[in-house]
Design a binder for this molecule. Sequence first.
Ligand code: UFG
Length: 337
Amino acid sequence: MATFLVVGGAGYIGSHMVKQLAKASHQVVILDNLTTGFRPLAKYGELVVGSLADTGLMEQLFKQHDFDGVMHFAASSLVGESMTDPAKYYHNNVANTLNLLDVMVRHQVKHFIFSSTAATFGEPEYTPIDELHPQKPINPYGASKLMVERILQDYASAYGLNSVCLRYFNACGADPEGELGECHDPETHLIPLILQAASGRRKAITVFGRDYPTEDGTCVRDYIHIEDLCTAHGLALDVLIAGKQQGAQAYNLGNGQGFSVQQVIDTAINVVAADGCSLIIEEGERRAGDPAVLVADAARAKSELGWQPRYADLNTIIHHAWQWEKKSSGITFEPVL
Ligand code: UFG
Protein backbone atom coordinates (compact mmCIF):
# COMPACT_ATOMS: atom_id res chain seq x y z
CA MET A 1 0.00 0.00 0.00
CA ALA A 2 1.27 3.45 -0.91
CA THR A 3 0.05 6.95 -0.03
CA PHE A 4 -0.71 9.39 -2.83
CA LEU A 5 -1.79 13.00 -2.98
CA VAL A 6 -4.37 13.65 -5.70
CA VAL A 7 -4.80 17.36 -6.34
CA GLY A 8 -8.17 18.06 -7.92
CA GLY A 9 -9.48 14.67 -6.76
CA ALA A 10 -13.04 16.00 -6.39
CA GLY A 11 -13.25 16.82 -10.11
CA TYR A 12 -14.34 14.68 -13.05
CA ILE A 13 -11.04 12.99 -13.91
CA GLY A 14 -9.49 13.21 -10.44
CA SER A 15 -12.43 11.49 -8.73
CA HIS A 16 -12.26 8.52 -11.09
CA MET A 17 -8.52 8.32 -10.45
CA VAL A 18 -8.99 8.34 -6.68
CA LYS A 19 -11.47 5.48 -6.97
CA GLN A 20 -8.99 3.41 -9.02
CA LEU A 21 -6.21 4.06 -6.49
CA ALA A 22 -8.48 3.21 -3.56
CA LYS A 23 -9.60 0.01 -5.31
CA ALA A 24 -5.91 -0.92 -5.62
CA SER A 25 -5.74 -0.53 -1.78
CA HIS A 26 -3.74 2.69 -1.78
CA GLN A 27 -4.30 5.47 0.70
CA VAL A 28 -5.33 8.71 -0.98
CA VAL A 29 -5.35 12.28 0.26
CA ILE A 30 -7.40 14.60 -1.95
CA LEU A 31 -6.60 18.29 -2.08
CA ASP A 32 -9.35 20.26 -3.80
CA ASN A 33 -10.58 23.82 -3.39
CA LEU A 34 -14.07 22.75 -4.63
CA THR A 35 -14.35 25.66 -7.08
CA THR A 36 -15.04 23.20 -9.89
CA GLY A 37 -14.89 19.96 -7.89
CA PHE A 38 -17.80 18.45 -5.94
CA ARG A 39 -17.59 17.13 -2.38
CA PRO A 40 -19.78 14.04 -3.12
CA LEU A 41 -17.32 12.93 -5.82
CA ALA A 42 -14.46 12.88 -3.29
CA LYS A 43 -15.70 9.81 -1.50
CA TYR A 44 -12.77 7.43 -1.97
CA GLY A 45 -10.08 9.45 -0.21
CA GLU A 46 -9.52 11.84 2.69
CA LEU A 47 -10.63 15.25 1.42
CA VAL A 48 -8.67 18.34 2.40
CA VAL A 49 -10.41 21.49 1.15
CA GLY A 50 -7.81 24.05 0.23
CA SER A 51 -5.75 25.67 -2.46
CA LEU A 52 -2.31 25.10 -3.91
CA ALA A 53 -1.80 28.84 -3.40
CA ASP A 54 -1.88 28.24 0.37
CA THR A 55 1.79 27.41 0.91
CA GLY A 56 1.28 27.00 4.68
CA LEU A 57 -1.36 24.34 4.11
CA MET A 58 0.84 22.59 1.54
CA GLU A 59 3.78 22.51 3.94
CA GLN A 60 1.55 21.08 6.67
CA LEU A 61 0.14 18.39 4.33
CA PHE A 62 3.59 17.26 3.27
CA LYS A 63 4.77 17.20 6.90
CA GLN A 64 1.78 15.10 7.95
CA HIS A 65 2.04 12.53 5.15
CA ASP A 66 4.89 10.66 3.57
CA PHE A 67 3.61 10.75 -0.01
CA ASP A 68 4.90 8.18 -2.48
CA GLY A 69 3.70 10.29 -5.37
CA VAL A 70 1.48 13.15 -6.47
CA MET A 71 -1.10 13.35 -9.25
CA HIS A 72 -2.20 16.80 -10.31
CA PHE A 73 -5.60 17.27 -11.97
CA ALA A 74 -6.56 20.70 -10.65
CA ALA A 75 -6.70 23.29 -13.40
CA SER A 76 -8.82 25.84 -15.15
CA SER A 77 -9.65 24.20 -18.46
CA LEU A 78 -12.03 26.27 -20.57
CA VAL A 79 -10.33 27.29 -23.79
CA GLY A 80 -12.68 30.22 -24.47
CA GLU A 81 -12.37 31.61 -20.94
CA SER A 82 -8.59 31.38 -21.17
CA MET A 83 -8.69 33.84 -24.10
CA THR A 84 -10.60 36.46 -22.10
CA ASP A 85 -9.05 35.83 -18.67
CA PRO A 86 -5.48 34.57 -19.26
CA ALA A 87 -4.36 35.74 -15.79
CA LYS A 88 -6.63 33.13 -14.22
CA TYR A 89 -5.00 30.42 -16.34
CA TYR A 90 -1.41 31.42 -15.65
CA HIS A 91 -2.08 31.79 -11.89
CA ASN A 92 -4.11 28.57 -11.48
CA ASN A 93 -2.30 26.36 -13.91
CA VAL A 94 1.29 27.59 -13.73
CA ALA A 95 1.92 29.53 -10.50
CA ASN A 96 -0.09 27.13 -8.33
CA THR A 97 1.59 24.12 -9.93
CA LEU A 98 4.97 25.68 -9.11
CA ASN A 99 3.93 25.87 -5.44
CA LEU A 100 3.12 22.18 -5.57
CA LEU A 101 6.39 21.24 -7.26
CA ASP A 102 8.39 23.33 -4.80
CA VAL A 103 6.87 21.66 -1.75
CA MET A 104 7.52 18.28 -3.39
CA VAL A 105 11.17 19.20 -3.91
CA ARG A 106 11.48 20.41 -0.29
CA HIS A 107 10.06 17.12 0.99
CA GLN A 108 11.87 14.97 -1.57
CA VAL A 109 8.71 13.52 -3.10
CA LYS A 110 9.97 12.47 -6.50
CA HIS A 111 7.06 11.03 -8.50
CA PHE A 112 4.64 13.35 -10.26
CA ILE A 113 1.87 12.74 -12.79
CA PHE A 114 0.55 15.78 -14.60
CA SER A 115 -2.68 16.31 -16.58
CA SER A 116 -1.66 17.87 -19.84
CA THR A 117 -3.71 18.33 -22.98
CA ALA A 118 -3.94 18.05 -26.75
CA ALA A 119 -4.33 21.83 -26.61
CA THR A 120 -0.52 22.08 -26.18
CA PHE A 121 -0.21 21.11 -29.87
CA GLY A 122 -2.33 23.93 -31.30
CA GLU A 123 -3.47 23.61 -34.90
CA PRO A 124 -2.54 20.07 -36.04
CA GLU A 125 0.17 19.90 -38.71
CA TYR A 126 -0.55 16.21 -39.28
CA THR A 127 -2.80 13.55 -37.84
CA PRO A 128 -2.79 11.31 -35.83
CA ILE A 129 -0.74 13.45 -33.44
CA ASP A 130 2.27 11.72 -31.88
CA GLU A 131 4.70 13.05 -29.28
CA LEU A 132 7.01 14.43 -32.00
CA HIS A 133 4.32 16.80 -33.28
CA PRO A 134 5.36 20.46 -32.72
CA GLN A 135 3.75 22.05 -29.66
CA LYS A 136 2.45 25.49 -30.63
CA PRO A 137 -0.58 26.24 -28.44
CA ILE A 138 -3.04 28.78 -29.79
CA ASN A 139 -4.70 29.72 -26.48
CA PRO A 140 -3.57 30.53 -22.91
CA TYR A 141 -5.03 27.23 -21.63
CA GLY A 142 -2.74 25.17 -23.90
CA ALA A 143 0.15 27.56 -23.26
CA SER A 144 -0.22 27.24 -19.48
CA LYS A 145 -0.06 23.44 -19.68
CA LEU A 146 2.94 23.56 -22.00
CA MET A 147 4.75 25.88 -19.58
CA VAL A 148 4.37 23.28 -16.85
CA GLU A 149 5.64 20.57 -19.21
CA ARG A 150 8.74 22.69 -19.72
CA ILE A 151 9.13 23.42 -15.98
CA LEU A 152 8.98 19.67 -15.32
CA GLN A 153 11.93 19.05 -17.64
CA ASP A 154 14.02 21.55 -15.69
CA TYR A 155 12.87 20.23 -12.29
CA ALA A 156 13.80 16.71 -13.41
CA SER A 157 17.33 17.60 -14.39
CA ALA A 158 18.01 20.02 -11.51
CA TYR A 159 16.10 18.44 -8.61
CA GLY A 160 15.56 14.81 -9.67
CA LEU A 161 11.77 15.21 -9.70
CA ASN A 162 10.61 12.47 -12.07
CA SER A 163 7.38 13.11 -13.91
CA VAL A 164 4.99 11.91 -16.57
CA CYS A 165 2.74 14.34 -18.46
CA LEU A 166 -0.32 12.76 -20.02
CA ARG A 167 -1.82 14.76 -22.86
CA TYR A 168 -5.50 13.98 -23.07
CA PHE A 169 -7.54 14.24 -26.18
CA ASN A 170 -11.30 14.13 -25.38
CA ALA A 171 -11.85 12.63 -21.93
CA CYS A 172 -15.38 11.24 -21.67
CA GLY A 173 -17.58 8.45 -20.33
CA ALA A 174 -18.16 7.65 -16.67
CA ASP A 175 -17.45 5.11 -13.97
CA PRO A 176 -18.80 1.76 -15.32
CA GLU A 177 -20.21 1.07 -11.82
CA GLY A 178 -22.29 4.24 -12.07
CA GLU A 179 -20.91 5.93 -8.95
CA LEU A 180 -19.04 8.81 -10.60
CA GLY A 181 -19.36 10.87 -13.75
CA GLU A 182 -18.94 14.20 -15.44
CA CYS A 183 -20.21 17.32 -13.60
CA HIS A 184 -19.10 20.64 -14.99
CA ASP A 185 -20.66 24.01 -14.38
CA PRO A 186 -20.97 25.34 -16.99
CA GLU A 187 -20.93 22.15 -19.06
CA THR A 188 -19.21 22.68 -22.41
CA HIS A 189 -18.35 19.13 -23.52
CA LEU A 190 -20.17 17.45 -26.34
CA ILE A 191 -21.23 14.11 -24.84
CA PRO A 192 -22.72 15.39 -21.55
CA LEU A 193 -24.48 18.18 -23.45
CA ILE A 194 -26.05 15.69 -25.87
CA LEU A 195 -27.16 13.47 -22.98
CA GLN A 196 -28.59 16.42 -21.04
CA ALA A 197 -30.62 17.26 -24.14
CA ALA A 198 -31.87 13.65 -24.16
CA SER A 199 -32.76 13.60 -20.46
CA GLY A 200 -34.64 16.88 -20.72
CA ARG A 201 -32.17 18.93 -18.65
CA ARG A 202 -31.41 20.96 -21.79
CA LYS A 203 -33.59 22.00 -24.70
CA ALA A 204 -31.38 20.79 -27.55
CA ILE A 205 -27.84 20.05 -28.69
CA THR A 206 -26.29 22.56 -31.07
CA VAL A 207 -23.86 21.32 -33.73
CA PHE A 208 -21.04 23.84 -34.00
CA GLY A 209 -20.48 23.94 -37.75
CA ARG A 210 -21.09 21.55 -40.64
CA ASP A 211 -18.62 23.06 -43.09
CA TYR A 212 -15.39 21.47 -41.87
CA PRO A 213 -13.19 19.52 -44.32
CA THR A 214 -14.29 16.16 -42.86
CA GLU A 215 -16.45 13.38 -44.28
CA ASP A 216 -19.76 14.71 -42.89
CA GLY A 217 -18.61 18.31 -42.37
CA THR A 218 -18.57 18.15 -38.55
CA CYS A 219 -15.43 18.16 -36.35
CA VAL A 220 -13.66 14.89 -35.62
CA ARG A 221 -12.29 14.13 -32.14
CA ASP A 222 -10.64 11.25 -30.32
CA TYR A 223 -12.89 10.24 -27.40
CA ILE A 224 -11.12 8.38 -24.61
CA HIS A 225 -12.98 6.69 -21.76
CA ILE A 226 -12.22 8.12 -18.34
CA GLU A 227 -11.43 4.65 -16.97
CA ASP A 228 -8.82 4.07 -19.68
CA LEU A 229 -7.38 7.50 -19.05
CA CYS A 230 -7.03 6.76 -15.33
CA THR A 231 -5.53 3.34 -16.02
CA ALA A 232 -2.78 5.09 -17.99
CA HIS A 233 -2.09 7.36 -14.98
CA GLY A 234 -1.80 4.34 -12.70
CA LEU A 235 0.63 2.66 -15.09
CA ALA A 236 2.70 5.83 -15.38
CA LEU A 237 2.93 6.07 -11.61
CA ASP A 238 3.98 2.40 -11.37
CA VAL A 239 6.70 2.96 -13.96
CA LEU A 240 8.04 5.99 -12.06
CA ILE A 241 7.95 4.31 -8.67
CA ALA A 242 9.64 1.18 -10.03
CA GLY A 243 12.42 3.46 -11.34
CA LYS A 244 11.86 2.20 -14.89
CA GLN A 245 11.70 5.78 -16.12
CA GLN A 246 13.39 8.91 -14.96
CA GLY A 247 13.32 12.53 -16.03
CA ALA A 248 10.26 14.20 -17.53
CA GLN A 249 8.26 12.02 -19.92
CA ALA A 250 5.15 12.85 -21.92
CA TYR A 251 2.57 10.67 -23.62
CA ASN A 252 -0.43 11.38 -25.82
CA LEU A 253 -3.59 9.62 -24.70
CA GLY A 254 -6.42 8.81 -27.04
CA ASN A 255 -7.93 5.82 -28.79
CA GLY A 256 -6.38 6.72 -32.13
CA GLN A 257 -9.80 6.70 -33.72
CA GLY A 258 -11.73 9.80 -34.70
CA PHE A 259 -15.50 10.25 -34.48
CA SER A 260 -17.35 13.21 -35.91
CA VAL A 261 -19.83 15.28 -33.90
CA GLN A 262 -22.59 13.77 -36.06
CA GLN A 263 -21.36 10.21 -35.36
CA VAL A 264 -21.36 10.92 -31.63
CA ILE A 265 -24.91 12.30 -31.85
CA ASP A 266 -26.09 9.27 -33.92
CA THR A 267 -24.57 6.83 -31.41
CA ALA A 268 -26.14 8.73 -28.50
CA ILE A 269 -29.54 8.70 -30.22
CA ASN A 270 -29.38 4.88 -30.31
CA VAL A 271 -28.26 4.59 -26.69
CA VAL A 272 -30.97 6.86 -25.26
CA ALA A 273 -33.69 5.37 -27.48
CA ALA A 274 -33.54 2.22 -25.31
CA ASP A 275 -35.00 4.38 -22.49
CA GLY A 276 -37.57 5.98 -24.74
CA CYS A 277 -35.60 9.27 -24.91
CA SER A 278 -34.79 11.40 -27.93
CA LEU A 279 -33.18 14.78 -28.58
CA ILE A 280 -33.53 17.93 -30.60
CA ILE A 281 -30.59 18.94 -32.80
CA GLU A 282 -29.97 22.58 -33.69
CA GLU A 283 -27.47 24.00 -36.15
CA GLY A 284 -24.90 26.55 -35.01
CA GLU A 285 -21.89 28.46 -36.25
CA ARG A 286 -18.34 27.13 -35.90
CA ARG A 287 -16.91 27.64 -32.39
CA ALA A 288 -13.77 29.80 -32.52
CA GLY A 289 -10.54 27.86 -32.19
CA ASP A 290 -11.92 24.37 -33.00
CA PRO A 291 -9.56 22.44 -35.31
CA ALA A 292 -11.33 20.18 -37.85
CA VAL A 293 -9.64 16.96 -36.72
CA LEU A 294 -7.81 16.02 -33.48
CA VAL A 295 -6.77 12.40 -33.20
CA ALA A 296 -4.00 10.95 -31.01
CA ASP A 297 -1.27 8.51 -31.87
CA ALA A 298 -0.94 6.77 -28.50
CA ALA A 299 1.54 4.10 -29.66
CA ARG A 300 4.18 5.33 -27.22
CA ALA A 301 1.89 5.00 -24.18
CA LYS A 302 1.05 1.48 -25.34
CA SER A 303 4.62 0.35 -25.85
CA GLU A 304 6.30 2.11 -22.92
CA LEU A 305 3.56 2.02 -20.27
CA GLY A 306 1.88 -1.20 -21.42
CA TRP A 307 -1.39 0.74 -21.71
CA GLN A 308 -4.31 -0.76 -23.59
CA PRO A 309 -7.70 0.97 -23.75
CA ARG A 310 -10.50 -1.29 -22.53
CA TYR A 311 -13.50 0.85 -23.45
CA ALA A 312 -12.54 2.19 -26.88
CA ASP A 313 -15.97 1.53 -28.31
CA LEU A 314 -18.01 4.75 -28.63
CA ASN A 315 -21.25 2.95 -27.82
CA THR A 316 -19.87 1.75 -24.45
CA ILE A 317 -18.48 5.21 -23.66
CA ILE A 318 -21.87 6.82 -24.27
CA HIS A 319 -23.67 4.02 -22.39
CA HIS A 320 -21.63 4.73 -19.26
CA ALA A 321 -22.09 8.49 -19.62
CA TRP A 322 -25.85 7.92 -20.05
CA GLN A 323 -25.99 5.82 -16.86
CA TRP A 324 -24.53 8.81 -15.03
CA GLU A 325 -26.82 11.30 -16.71
CA LYS A 326 -29.85 9.18 -15.82
CA LYS A 327 -28.70 9.11 -12.20
CA SER A 328 -27.98 12.87 -12.14
CA SER A 329 -31.28 13.77 -13.76
CA GLY A 330 -33.36 11.32 -11.73
CA ILE A 331 -34.29 8.91 -14.52
CA THR A 332 -34.53 5.29 -13.21
CA PHE A 333 -31.04 3.88 -13.09
CA GLU A 334 -29.79 0.34 -13.70
CA PRO A 335 -26.00 -0.22 -13.83
CA VAL A 336 -24.74 -1.60 -17.18
CA LEU A 337 -21.34 -3.25 -16.70
N1 UFG B 1 -19.43 20.63 -29.96
C1 UFG B 1 -20.65 20.91 -30.56
N2 UFG B 1 -21.65 21.37 -29.77
C2 UFG B 1 -21.53 21.57 -28.42
C3 UFG B 1 -20.27 21.29 -27.81
C4 UFG B 1 -19.25 20.83 -28.62
O1 UFG B 1 -20.82 20.73 -31.76
O2 UFG B 1 -22.50 22.02 -27.77
C5 UFG B 1 -18.33 20.13 -30.78
C6 UFG B 1 -17.10 21.01 -30.75
O3 UFG B 1 -17.18 22.01 -31.71
C7 UFG B 1 -15.99 19.98 -30.99
C8 UFG B 1 -16.54 18.69 -30.41
O4 UFG B 1 -17.93 18.89 -30.27
O5 UFG B 1 -15.81 19.82 -32.36
C9 UFG B 1 -15.96 18.35 -29.06
O6 UFG B 1 -16.06 19.51 -28.24
P1 UFG B 1 -15.76 19.47 -26.67
O7 UFG B 1 -16.01 20.85 -26.16
O8 UFG B 1 -16.47 18.34 -26.04
O9 UFG B 1 -14.22 19.13 -26.61
P2 UFG B 1 -12.97 19.90 -27.31
O10 UFG B 1 -12.51 19.00 -28.42
O11 UFG B 1 -13.25 21.30 -27.64
O12 UFG B 1 -12.01 19.97 -26.06
C10 UFG B 1 -11.03 19.04 -25.80
C11 UFG B 1 -10.73 19.07 -24.30
C12 UFG B 1 -10.11 20.41 -23.93
C13 UFG B 1 -8.93 20.68 -24.80
C14 UFG B 1 -9.30 20.64 -26.26
C15 UFG B 1 -8.10 20.80 -27.14
O13 UFG B 1 -11.91 18.87 -23.58
O14 UFG B 1 -9.69 20.36 -22.59
O15 UFG B 1 -9.88 19.37 -26.56
O16 UFG B 1 -8.46 21.34 -28.35
F1 UFG B 1 -8.42 21.90 -24.54
